[in-house]
Design a protein around this ligand. Sequence first.
Ligand code: AOF
Ligand code: ZN
Length: 381
Amino acid sequence: MSGLERPIPDAQATTDDRRFMAAAIRYAQRHVGRTATNPSVATLIVRNDGAGPRIVGRGVTAVGGRPHAETVALAEAGELARGATAYVTLEPCAHHGRTPPCAEALVVAGIARVVSAAGDPDPRVDGRGHAILRAGGLAVTPRVMAAEAAAPISGYLTRHRDNRPEILLKMAVSTDGKIGIRGGGQVKITGQVADAQTHLERARHDMILVGAGTAQEDDPRLDCRLPGMADRSPNRIVLDPRLRTRPEQTLARTAADTPTLIATLSSADPASRAELARQGVQFIACEADPATGRIALPELLEDLAATGISSVLVEGGAETGASFLDGDLVDRLILVQGPVEIGETGVSAPIDVATARQRFRLVREYRFGEDHWFEFERRTA
Ligand code: AOF
Ligand code: ZN
């Protein structure tokens, strides 16, 4: 936090403050995964003319990242913003970007008080948003439900803090801890409801990642197939150091419709590369990890973060999952255990539920039909 931020909250949050902030945080969920490179945040403008508080303006960061939430909410409130309270899930911006600073817009609109949740780590903001509000004579109550507000923007916060996207590793495992059969194509482990949940996670991420082996053996589409949500498919990336991906694979054939990136070494065959590029595949030049010959993940993730990618869903296979786990790069882990037994010929998952319980913190556990859904998060020090 910058020196501009006051250490002591300006005023205590009331029950109503927490109620409206909780509503704003729920509203911010609406555009998660659709606002890159911006976080999805929300603003509620609330006024009380004596008959109790009522919402007169609502805004969530628009798809594509602009306009910002405050702009949308202030436009809806119009003159009713004068004297009202604004609930913002992220500190309002202080910089002249493609839009004028939201903090200034709140001052100009005559907002009397701002209740804000998460601080904005963007170096152009980082306390300056609140400072503009205070200089404009507004009362500011910062850090109300800050932890809850951080959840929908966790990728954005990770990108600023660690210079890499947030990583969710998701794997379906059989009762005997296998994820598939080598050379056996896709093996169905989980049922419909768990699959729909997976597609929801796809929609919430900026990018979905698989290894070249999985891309070849499973020939996946890696899109969001929930009804009405086809346009929420994330961009795709394949870790393919030796460029094994073939033009007839689904990912290559659909690259013109869904942005598809191949992470490969500079030694990759130029002819294969040119052929895939003609199909619309894009490339990101990578370095090799000297010990394994695999793609060096920290450097790749840093490059992705530099392009504004805040969240990556890693979906397979075992080797790829293992390299993220080995590099301590997994922030969230979802293991879905289906009722299937695969047996000796199966490929073992790089982590099982028992080990995950020790290494990570179990945050949610669901039963979807016959499937067990376990959701873990990194243990914080
Ligand atoms: C807000 N309200 O709804 C969002 C904010 O490139 P720009 O000009 O759109 O600015 C991007 C930055 O704006 C981003 O890094 C973050 O600091 C902030 N996001 N701020 O006041 C919003 N999405
Ligand atoms: Zn803004």
